[in-house]
Design a protein around this ligand. Structure first.
Ligand SMILES: *Cc1c(COP(=O)(O)O)cnc(C)c1O
Length: 391
C-alpha cells in the first residue's frame, strides 16, 4: 500500500515482456506437484569452484587490508594476472595499467557500457538470439537495438553486409559473442577481420563477449577477438571467471582492449560502484594462475555430458550440431512445434526443463537450448525420459 502514486520510469515500463514468465510458472507448478524436475534451462555450472581458489579466498578474507574499499579499477596485481593470462593463453599483449578493467561479473560491464557511449536515440547492433543484457543495457541508456539475426545458413554469425548504411551510420556499438550463448556457435579469424573492417568503416565500437572462451571440446580452441590485427583499435573484450572456473556466485570478471573504451567504461563505474571485494580479486589471481589441469578437469566433465547427450538426442531424431564450445546444445524443434510448444511438451510429459529459443530474441524461434549443467546420471535420466516421448 502506498499513499502516493508510484509510477515506474519509462525505461522500466519499456522493458520487453519477460518471455520466460510462462516457463517459470509451469516450473513452479511442476515442483509443487512433486515432479522430479531435470532443470537444463540454466547456464550456471553445477560443479564447485576449484579448491585452490576457495582456499586463497579463505586466507584473503582474514586480511584486514582487504576489508576496506577496494580500488576502482581493480587491484593492479589482479590486472597484471589478467594481462599475464592473456599473453599465455592468446599471445596478446595488454598494458595492465590502462587496457584492463575489473568488473563485478561481466554482466555488470556489459550492461553499463552503453551508458558511456550511447546517447538517447543512438543505435546499437545486437545479435538475435542473444544474451539478454545487450539489448537491456542499450535500453537503459536510451538507445535502440537493431537486431542482427543469427541463422544456421550463416553459421550463426551476423551478416554485416545486410545492415543498411543509414543504420550503420547511427550505430555506436556492436555486440558480438563467441563462443556463442545460446547457439553454441564459434567464430574464426575471417569473421573477426570482417568485423574490424566494418567497425573502421562506420566508426563503431566493438564489444566482444568471450565468457565461454575456456569451455571448449575436442581439438578446438576459441581465439580472442584481440588476436586479430587491428582489434584493439576498435574495441574491447569482456571476460568472466564465472564459467571458466565455476565462479558465478563470486561476481568477478573483466574487460580488456582499447584504452579509450576501457577508460569510458571505467568512468561510469567510478561513479556507480566501488569495485570488487579485494579478497575475491586475490581469489581471481589464484584462478588465473591455476595450472592448466584445473580447467582441463572442468572441460572433461562437460565433454562427457556433451558426448552422451548429443548422441542420445540425435538417436532420438532431434536435429542438433555437437557444440565445439560452450555448455549449451542448440536444438531444432521437431516439425509442427514452436519453441514454446516444444518446451511445454518436454516439461509436461517428461519433467525436463529447457529454454525456448525465442526467449533470447525473435530469431531464436524454432530452437530450444539445453545446458550441460547437470551430472551424468541426470543426463542418462534425461535420455531415458525422452526415449519414451512421442512428437
Ligand atoms: C554467463 C554469461 C555472462 C555473464 O557472466 P558473469 O557471471 O556476469 O561474469 C556474460 N555473457 C554471456 C554470454 C553469458 O552467458
Amino acid at each position: 500500500m502506498s499513499k502516493i502514486n508510484i509510477n515506474m520510469a519509462e525505461r522500466v515500463r519499456n522493458l520487453p515482456p519477460y518471455l520466460f514468465a510462462t516457463i517459470d510458472r509451469m516450473k513452479r507448478e511442476a515442483l509443487s506437484k512433486g515432479v522430479d524436475l531435470i532443470d537444463l534451462s540454466i547456464g550456471d555450472p553445477d560443479i564447485p569452484t576449484p579448491k585452490n581458489i576457495v582456499n586463497r579466498m579463505k586466507e584473503a578474507a582474514q586480511n584486514p587490508q582487504n576489508h576496506r574499499y577496494p580500488s576502482y579499477e581493480g587491484l593492479l596485481s589482479f590486472r597484471i594476472a589478467i594481462a599475464d593470462w592473456y599473453k599465455k593463453r592468446f599471445n596478446v599483449i595488454l598494458n595492465p595499467e590502462i587496457e584492463v578493467l575489473s568488473l563485478i561479473g561481466s554482466k555488470e560491464g556489459i550492461c553499463h557500457i552503453p551508458l558511456a557511449f550511447v546517447n538517447p536515440g543512438d543505435t546499437v547492433l545486437v545479435p538475435s538470439p542473444c544474451y539478454p543484457v545487450y539489448p537491456i543495457g542499450t535500453l537503459f541508456a536510451g538507445g535502440n537495438s537493431y537486431f542482427l539475426p543469427l541463422t544456421k545458413e550463416n553459421n550463426f554469425l551476423p551478416d554485416l553486409k545486410s545492415i543498411p548504411d543509414d543504420i550503420a551510420k547511427r550505430s555506436r556499438l556492436l555486440f558480438i559473442n563467441y563462443p556463442n550463448n545460446p547457439t553454441s556457435a564459434v567464430a574464426d579469424r575471417n569473421f573477426y577481420e570482417e568485423v574490424i573492417e566494418f567497425a573502421l568503416r562506420h566508426n563503431i565500437i566493438v564489444c566482444h563477449d568471450a565468457a565461454y572462451s575456456e569451455i571448449y571440446y575436442d581439438d578446438y580452441r576459441p581465439m580472442s577477438f584481440l588476436e586479430t590485427p587491428g582489434a584493439k583499435d576498435v574495441g574491447i573484450e569482456f571476460h568472466s571467471l564465472s564459467k571458466t572456473y565455476n565462479m558465478t556466485g563470486w561476481r568477478i570478471g573483466f574487460a580488456v582492449g582499447n584504452q579509450k573504451v576501457i577508460q569510458g567504461l571505467g568512468k561510469i563505474k567510478t561513479n556507480l560502484d566501488s569495485g570488487i571485494f579485494q579478497a575475491i580479486q586475490e581469489a581471481g589471481i589464484e584462478a588465473l594462475r591455476s595450472p592448466e589441469s584445473v580447467t582441463d578437469n572442468i572441460r572433461k566433465v562437460y565433454q562427457k555430458r556433451r558426448d552422451r547427450l548429443v548422441k542420445g538426442l540425435r538417436d532420438k531424431g532431434l536435429d542438433l550440431d555437437p557444440p565445439l564450445a560452450t555448455f549449451y546444445l542448440w536444438i531444432r524443434v521437431p516439425k509442427g512445434y514452436s519453441s514454446s510448444e516444444f518446451t511445454t511438451l518436454l516439461l509436461k510429459k517428461t519433467g525436463i526443463l529447457t529454454t525456448p529459443g525465442n526467449g533470447f530474441g525473435e530469431a531464436g524461434e524454432g530452437y530450444i537450448r539445453m545446458a550441460l549443467t547437470v551430472n551424468i546420471d541426470r543426463v542418462e535420466e534425461t535420455l531415458k525420459r525422452i526415449t519414451g516421448l512421442r512428437w
